[in-house]
Design a protein around this ligand. Structure first.
Ligand code: HEC
Ligand code: HEC
Length: 497
């Protein structure tokens, strides 16, 4: 009786309204089916929400506040012209919005993003960027626990079960490949923060402690902040370190050490947790948290080729979307390169560390949280859009054939990009032939790509899009500027970031 009544009601609606409610029911059924299918995949693959490490420091903590000031001072670069934030600005997605960064000797040190150029004088560049790789985001850096940098030249040996240990040992470029660095510090973030100051192109400059060791560079910068070499006209760092390390009796000598500098900057980065993403709401049961297109994209992302998908999660695995391993995917090689190959402007990636032939052109799988905010893409920023980056994964050979070494950054070096990229592609093909590649070609439609990109958009924390939410990671205008060398970042139009 009840059923019959329902049918009669439905039919009458159908007769009176132009949009037939039977269609609506179909749509509802379709969207239920899509949710059912996706929830089955989620449960079968045990897909989880990213859990924030217990040790994450709060942005308000004293140590992070100190780290923030250090991250924004140009005093940590040899010639006092570059800060960490010059390439990792919180209002630029934790990066610099450029394919390849411009560090030292910028024409306008405060200008970030498109329009940042090298000064005409200096002679260490040819107009184009001298840093050979794209600056990755510092957001969510604390979720990595194995591999740092595009080639993993900082890595956590503890993740190899044979080595045991939780917090260490950490290998860095200061020691041989198989060794641990006794000075690496408390965690991967602290270990990493010891290195940008040693890179001539990023912060060191070409004359500062020239021909001297990394240790000499750090000792010199430490003395500068301690005030023992009188290089800073204004120096109020001691009070900042006393507050940061909650040690009011500490002296410049005991507190302002490079170990402490690196630790504080690492804590600042580890506080940048931006994981409040719609995809998590969906995982927590809210069917309306993401669009239908994003749901179709999620199915393509997680399903293997056998199940009609693109198998993205075979490398972008787990809640942080990375296996923290190295794969050859043959992204077009643009820029100055790392000195590899016959012409010296190639980049052999992981091979540079391991010297294992299969690692030639392999790079670390990037995580994908807030990926919409961190264009351009790839280890050298070769692709300006997510659509192009996704298409590359689906058919690398075609994408390379379609690639125009885009003029997205003034003077970017592209003389040998085709030869270098073809060598990477040959490596990919050879690994495929040997059954050693997880990157398969797929046939696809434009809608498929749009759907995958819609899914990637569901991995964006809305905070990253809101300066008022992000400003807590930049020093406020009225906050102490301990050396008067704070980066006051502007865009090409002169607007404050
Ligand atoms: C000139 C631009 C530039 C400056 C300045 C700079 N970086 Fe970077 N940063 C990069 C580039 C490029 C990479 C990637 C290098 C690679 O993988 O070989 C990187 C990598 C990183 C990473 C690793 C991210 C990952 O996903 O593995 C962290 C963390 C980081 N930088 C923090 C810092 C800190 C802290 C400072 C200041 C002490 C700093 N950076 C200064 C360009 C810069
Ligand atoms: C074989 C392993 C593998 C598979 C499968 C894979 N990726 Fe990747 N992905 C990588 C690696 C490695 C990189 C970094 C490459 C580089 O920097 O040169 C990357 C980079 C990316 C980036 C750019 C990240 C950044 O910060 O620049 C995006 C976006 C991406 N992948 C999405 C996808 C999507 C979507 C799929 C499925 C269609 C997919 N990936 C499948 C290994 C893989």
């Amino acid at each position: 009786m009840l059923n019959l009544k329902h049918i009669v009601l439905t039919m009458s609606t159908c007769l009176t309204l132009s949009a037939c409610s039977i269609d609506d029911n179909d749509n509802n059924n379709q969207s239920d089916l899509l949710n059912d299918e996706l929830r089955q995949v989620i449960s079968a693959q045990n897909i989880k929400v990213l859990t924030v490490p217990d040790s994450t420091p709060s942005v308000e903590s004293n140590i992070v506040q100190l780290g923030k000031k250090l991250f924004f001072t140009k005093a940590l670069s040899g010639n006092m012209d570059t800060a960490c934030a010059s390439c990792h600005h919180p209002n630029l997605g934790g990066g610099d919005d450029l394919p390849l960064p411009i560090g030292v000797e910028a024409l306008n040190t405060e200008l970030l993003g498109p329009g940042r150029l090298h000064a005409a004088t200096g002679g260490h560049h040819d107009g184009g960027p001298t840093v050979p790789r794209n600056a990755p985001t510092t957001f969510n850096f604390g979720f990595y626990d194995k591999a740092i940098f595009h080639d993993g030249r900082i890595e956590n040996h503890a993740s190899s079960p044979a080595r045991g240990g939780v917090n260490d040992p950490i290998r860095t470029p200061d020691v041989m490949f198989a060794d641990d660095d006794p000075k690496a510090g408390a965690n991967l973030a602290a270990a990493q923060a010891r290195f940008p100051v040693t890179s001539a192109e990023e912060m060191r400059g070409f004359t500062f402690e020239a021909n001297n060791s990394n240790a000499d560079v750090r000792a010199h910068l430490q003395a500068r902040l301690q005030g023992t070499n009188n290089e800073l006209a204004k120096n109020e760092w001691l009070i900042e370190f006393q507050t940061g390390f909650s040690d009011t009796n500490g002296t410049a000598e005991s507190l302002i050490t490079f170990d402490n500098i690196a630790f504080a900057m690492g804590e600042y980065e580890r506080s940048q947790v931006l994981v409040d993403i719609p995809w998590h709401d969906y995982l927590n049961g809210d069917n309306n948290a993401i669009s239908e297109s994003a749901k179709r994209g999620a199915l393509l992302f997680y399903n293997s080729a056998d199940a009609g998908g693109f198998g993205c999660a075979s490398c972008h695995s787990g809640a942080f979307f990375t296996d923290e391993k190295y794969h050859v995917i043959a992204i077009p090689q643009i820029g100055r390169g790392k000195g590899d190959g016959v012409t010296g402007d190639d980049d052999f990636g992981r091979f540079r560390e391991t010297k294992v032939e299969d690692d030639k052109y392999a790079f670390r799988t990037s995580h994908l949280v807030n990926i919409t905010d961190t264009a351009p893409y790839g280890h050298d920023g070769a692709y300006a859009t997510l659509n192009d980056m996704v298409k590359h994964h689906l058919n690398a050979e075609q994408a390379i054939a379609d690639y125009v070494a885009a003029d997205v950054q003034t003077g970017i070096q592209t003389d040998n990009w085709q030869a270098n990229t073809n060598a990477a592609l040959a490596q990919l093909k050879s690994l495929r032939t040997q059954g050693k590649s997880q990157l398969l070609d797929h046939s696809f439609t434009e809608t498929d790509v749009d759907d995958v990109v819609a899914f990637l958009k569901a991995l964006e924390d809305p905070c990253t899009q809101s300066p008022s939410c992000m400003n807590k990671w930049s020093p406020a205008a009225d906050e102490a500027d301990p050396d008067g060398l704070r980066l006051i970042a502007v865009d090409a139009q002169g607007n404050l970031l």
